[in-house]
Design a protein. Structure first.
Length: 73
């Protein structure tokens, strides 16, 4: 399965290079230092989520289309 992951800067002055990774289809968020580390953290979290659902006999939530848009104000 493929899940969309939205990466955005945490914009924390005390920790430069910190990013958040949001997985909209699952409603989960993680973080990492640098984009690559953040993607790896997201992959690990998704894998843990899937394993936990399978262990409890729960249905896996399919990925849904995610659209990133911006609005000018």
């Amino acid at each position: 399965m493929k899940y969309a992951v939205l990466i955005e800067s945490a914009d924390v002055k005390e920790e430069p290079g910190l990013y958040y990774a949001h997985v909209p289809s699952l409603g989960i968020t993680t973080h990492g230092h640098g984009i690559q580390a953040t993607m790896e953290a997201a992959r690990d979290l998704i894998q843990l989520w899937v394993e936990e659902k399978q262990e409890h006999g729960e249905m896996l939530q399919p990925a849904h289309e995610s659209i990133l848009a911006t609005v000018d104000i």
